[in-house]
Design a protein around this ligand. Structure first.
Ligand code: NAG
Ligand code: NAG
Ligand code: NAG
Length: 430
């Protein structure tokens, strides 16, 4: 009898516990539904994608939409992305990034705002001495670095790079690679606009050297001038810049701003070879030094990124300094091409035929979401901001998804602050 009673007691305890758990679970599911609705209502309000030119109109609309709220409470509904380097100069702006909306600001008072999800750094300014610390576990760091890594030595170290959750650098391995940031498009590579026929180049050789060099930053990390100085002992080079200067440009082309002047480009196009030497030797760090001769129809003699063959328009479109053990050997090779028209022109066949055979370059340019000197496209800073916004939202949604199918209350309750983006649920002891 006693045993029977004990059994009944156990059974009712079990039933009670089960019922309690069921109620708890139901409540959690309802709560979840609510916060889900809130999030989807917010995003459906702004689901029409915007073109860059409409951004201003959007800001206006956005303010109208929430005119009954204070700005502060608007911010409470979106992830805040804080530019720690004041690159954009914008004190506060909502941006539509596809389906997602984020608030971007340079206002450092947001460091301790509960909605702040990411800090954006400009590589050149990145300084260990002023960081947004302590770093919360929901504080993503994002790096935008358009210069070579050697421009800021701290960023070469693996340990520094792993501080960042989102990156836009020259490296093809970054989340938003800027490898082609000096290339407007494949059409400019194929263009014959500046190209001078070989017969004319041959007759110009009576007064011009085979090689041209234009450089005014004479002491960069790559120490390119030492190489060029030695090369000049073996072959004639016209040098128009401040470094190893031996030839003068017309007066009106003597300032650095004239580097993109059509008349300056016409002068360069008369040469058979251009010394295209980067200021730093880094994987995937490629600048206009390479693209300019390719655009002009002059053969680049390239010194720079060790992975350059991955980015050339075709296998035979540049002479690589790294293929020669001594400047003397490079000079000898250039001299043979200078006297052999067929051999020389084999380096320009890709252009004459309009045939870019490098699938990586073609794919990269096709998929690139930003433009270079092109007002009809987003620039790479806009694209970087949206990349971070989308990835921050991806994380928010991923956390949502992981927990939705679960029926165990505890787990769901732990992540609730991520779902309901109102500040009352977030740790306020900041
Ligand atoms: C920065 O944001 C705070 C609110 O978080 C605001 O009171 C302040 O005026 C802002 N500063 C600027 C320069 O916009
Ligand atoms: C961001 O990076 C930091 C440092 O590597 C890491 O601790 C953190 O978990 C990352 N955050 C996310 C959301 O992946
Ligand atoms: C260069 O040649 C290699 C091997 O012949 C080939 O796999 C590669 O696709 C070529 N690259 C370009 C840019 O044409």
């Amino acid at each position: 009898m006693i045993r029977m009673r004990r059994k009944i007691l156990w059974a009712s305890c079990f039933c009670f516990a089960a019922a309690f758990f069921l109620v708890l679970t139901l409540q959690v599911i309802t709560e979840l539904g609510n916060s889900e609705n809130k999030v989807s209502v917010i995003s459906s309000l702004h689901s029409s994608p915007l073109k860059p030119g409409e951004r201003h109109a959007f800001q206006f609309k956005k303010q109208e939409l929430h005119s009954s709220f204070k700005t502060e409470s608007d911010v409470n509904h979106y992830p805040v992305l804080l530019w720690w380097s004041p690159l954009t100069g914008e004190t506060g702006r909502f941006s539509q990034c596809g389906e997602d909306v984020c608030f971007f600001t340079i206002n450092k008072t947001y460091q301790h705002n509960q909605m702040t999800r990411a800090f954006l750094f400009y590589g050149t300014d990145f300084s260990i001495d002023s960081l947004p610390l302590p770093r919360k576990d929901y504080h993503d760091w994002a790096l935008f670095h358009e210069e070579s890594p050697k421009n800021n030595y701290k960023l070469i170290h693996e340990a520094t790079i792993t501080l960042f959750n989102h990156t836009a650098t020259f490296s093809r391995h970054s989340h938003l690679p800027l490898t082609t940031q000096y290339l407007e498009g494949v059409e400019v590579l194929k263009s014959l606009k500046f190209m001078i026929p070989l017969q004319m180049k041959n007759s110009l050789r009576k007064r011009l050297a085979p090689l041209v060099y234009v450089q005014s930053d004479c002491n960069p990390p790559s120490d390119r001038d030492s190489y060029v100085r030695e090369l000049m002992c073996h072959i004639e080079v016209d040098s128009y810049g401040e470094c190893l200067h031996n030839s003068d440009l017309p007066q009106h082309l003597r300032n650095p701003a004239a580097m993109d002047d059509g008349n300056f480009l016409k002068i360069l196009a008369q040469y058979k070879f251009i010394l295209a030497f980067e200021n730093a030797i880094c994987e995937d760090y490629i600048t206009e030094k390479l693209w300019r001769p390719l655009k002009l129809g002059v053969v680049p003699v390239y010194f720079g990124s060790p992975s350059i063959v991955d980015w050339l328009p075709s296998n035979k479109s540049a002479i690589l300094v790294s293929s020669f053990s001594h400047p003397r050997d490079l000079a000898r090779y250039i001299k043979t091409l200078d006297t052999n028209d067929e051999e020389y022109e084999s380096y320009l066949q890709w252009k004459l035929k309009g045939d870019i055979s490098n699938p990586r370059l073609l794919r990269t340019m096709k998929e690139r979401k930003w433009g270079v000197q092109d007002i009809t496209q987003d620039n790479y800073i806009d694209t970087f901001e949206c990349m971070v916004c989308n990835r921050v939202w991806e994380n928010i949604r991923r956390k949502e998804k992981v927990c939705l199918p679960q029926t165990r209350g505890i787990l769901v309750l732990i992540v609730k602050p991520w779902l309901d983006l109102s500040p009352k649920d977030v740790d306020t002891k900041l």
